[in-house]
Design a protein around this ligand. Structure first.
Ligand code: KG4
Ligand code: ZN
Length: 341
C-alpha cells in the first residue's frame, strides 16, 4: 500500500519538513536554518530558537507540501521529532503536528532524532544489515550496532562533549564563526591537513568517546603560546602569527578528531566481524577529510562504507519521515497524548 508521510523536525536550530513516500522515496525536504540568528552568540540560544520555529514552521510545512506536489489530503501519517532536543523547540514541532493530526484525523508517529540520523544513510543507499553506525553532530556522538530498521544497540557514546561541539568550541576559541566545523575544515585544507601540534588522542579502551579534554588541551596550548588570554579566553587576532596559528590549530584538531573516529571504528569492526557495512551520519559527516579517512579504513577491512549526502547529514526532516515510514509499517502510532522526551 502506498504510504505518504509528512515529517517535521524542530529539535534544535533547523525548522524542517519533508514528504517521504514508501514507493517514490523523498518527494521534498525543506528547511529554514537559524544559523544566522545564533551566530552573534557563538551558539544556539534556546529562546531565540523556539520563537523562530514558531514563526517558520507553517511556511516550511506548506513549502514541503508544494514542492512534493501534494496536499494534506494525500498524507497518511505525521512523523515528528519528540526527543532529544531543546524542549521549547521540540514542543513547537510537536504541537504543530498535533494541530494537523486533530484537524485531519491523521495518526502521529513520535521519532527519536538520533534514530533519524542512524538511518539517514539508508535514504539514498541500500545499506546491508547488520552494520555499524557512527553519528556525530553538535549535540551527540555515538556508535551503534544496527540490526535492522528500528533495531539498534548503543555500543559507545561521548562521555562529555560531542564531536561537533569540539569543532564549534575550538573555532570560537580561535576567533572563527559558528558553526565551527565547516570553517575548521576550510582552514585545515589550506594547510593540507598537517598535524602540527599532535593533540592528545583519548586513551579510552571502550567504544566511548571523549572530546572535552581535547578542547582544554587546545586552550592551554594557546595560553602557553601567549595567543589566548586565560581569563577572558580571547584569542589575540592581532598577533603577527595569529593567521598561521588559526590554520595550524584547525588542521591539528581535525586530524586528531578523524584519528579518534578511525580508532573507534577499527576497534568496533574488530569486535563485530559480522557487520556488512559501516555508516557515518550527522552534521560532522559533512566533513570530507573524516569521510575519506573512514572510507580508507573500511576499504582495508573490505567493508562497505556509506554516508548520506550533506543535506541529509545535518538536521533535516527527510530522516524523520523516513523513520516514520517503517514505524507506520509496524503500526507504531501515537495519539494526541504524545509528549516530548
Ligand atoms: O546534525 P547537525 O546539523 O545538528 C545537530 O544535531 O547538532 O550538526 C551540526 C554540527 C555542528 O557542530 C557543526 O560544526 C558540525 O555539525 N559540522 C561539521 C561540518 N559541518 C557541520 N563538523 C566538521 N566538519 C564539517 N564540515
Ligand atoms: Zn542532529
Amino acid at each position: 500500500m502506498a504510504y505518504r508521510i509528512l515529517g517535521i523536525e524542530s529539535s534544535c536550530d533547523e525548522t524542517a519538513a519533508a514528504i517521504v513516500d514508501n514507493e517514490r522515496g523523498v518527494l521534498s525536504s525543506r528547511l529554514f536554518s537559524q544559523i544566522k540568528l545564533h551566530q552573534p552568540f557563538g551558539g544556539v540560544v534556546p529562546e531565540i530558537a523556539s520563537r523562530s520555529h514558531l514563526d517558520k514552521i507553517p511556511v516550511i510545512v506548506q513549502e514541503a507540501l508544494q514542492a512534493a506536489k501534494t496536499s494534506l489530503d494525500d498524507i497518511n501519517a505525521l512523523a515528528v521529532t519528540t526527543t532529544p532536543g531543546l524542549p521549547g523547540s521540540l514542543l513547537i514541532g510537536l504541537c504543530f503536528a498535533k494541530g494537523i493530526s486533530l484537524a485531519r484525523n491523521l495518526p502521529l508517529i513520535g521519532v527519536n532524532h538520533l534514530e533519524g540520523h542512524i538511518f539517514s544513510p539508508c535514504i539514498e543507499h541500500d545499506v546491508p544489515f547488520p552494520h555499524l553506525s557512527i553519528t556525530a553532530s553538535g549535540g551527540h556522538t555515538a556508535l551503534y550496532l544496527v540490526h535492522s530498521f528500528g533495531k539498534y544497540k548503543l555500543l559507545g557514546q561521548t562521555l562529555d562533549d560531542a564531536a561537533g561541539e569540539a569543532f564549534d568550541k575550538v573555532a570560537k576559541l580561535i576567533g572563527l564563526d559558528y558553526p565551527g566545523g565547516p570553517a575548521i575544515e576550510r582552514y585545515a585544507r589550506e594547510v593540507d591537513f598537517k598535524d602540527f601540534f599532535k593533540y592528545p588522542r583519548n586513551k579510552l579502551k571502550s567504544l566511548d568517546f571523549s572530546f572535552s579534554g581535547l578542547k582544554t588541551a587546545v586552550f592551554y596550548d594557546l595560553v602557553k603560546k601567549e595567543l589566548c588570554d586565560f581569563t577572558t579566553k580571547k584569542f589575540n587576532l592581532d598577533a603577527p602569527n595569529a593567521h598561521d596559528i588559526q590554520h595550524q590549530v584547525a588542521s591539528s584538531l581535525l586530524v586528531c578528531i578523524a584519528d579518534i573516529f578511525k580508532q573507534k571504528l577499527a576497534h568496533a569492526l574488530a569486535q563485530h566481524p559480522e557487520v556488512q557495512a559501516a555508516t557515518f551520519a550527522g552534521g560532522v559527516a559533512c566533513n570530507k577529510y573524516i569521510k575519506q579517512q573512514l572510507q580508507e579504513l573500511c576499504d582495508k577491512h573490505q567493508t562497505q562504507f556509506f554516508t548520506p549526502s550533506p543535506q541529509y547529514c545535518t538536521d533535516n526532516a527527510a530522516m524523520i519521515a523516513f523513520v516514520g515510514q517503517y514505524k507506520a509499517r509496524n503500526k507504531e502510532f501515537s495519539n494526541l497524548t504524545l509528549d516530548i522526551f
